[in-house]
Design a protein around this ligand. Sequence first.
Ligand code: FEO
Length: 170
Amino acid sequence: MLSKEVAKLINEQVNQEFYSSYLYLNYSNYYKEEGLEGFGQWFYVQAKEEWDHAIQFIEYLHDNGESVILNTIQAPDNKPENFLDPLKGTVNHERLVTSLVHKIYETAHLTRDFRTMQFLDWFVKEQGEEEKTAEDLFKKFELFGSDPKSLYLLDNELGARVYTPLNNNR
Ligand code: FEO
């Protein structure tokens, strides 16, 4: 059984992950509408992965006899104003998500909830990777994004991203 506080934070995290999915879908739509199909595909895959994260948290609650409370998902901000906006937004958002995962981890640690800490280990590692990927993409765009030929190549590169469903990582 989880402590009330840990169960509450995990329920909130479910909502955050669904919001992440929504946010990235919004970015995906924006790029597709602007003709950058590769960027659109990259964010579409990102949105699907965030959905998977939400499901992972839901399953963890179920596995521990907890109720899942689905709340309203906040709408993302309006469409970005330029190609760089979503990349900057992704870096900031992933940093925020990392801090939320760490908060759950810290709470679990304080209550000697070793099971939850072990469950969260995968997310701690995943957040490190997601932050790095987002930062790299942001830097790449800053370096090459203003040159049409380079932008075309970058768009092709990002369009190669394929969705791989999550295995059971617990
Ligand atoms: Fe599920 Fe990108 O955090």
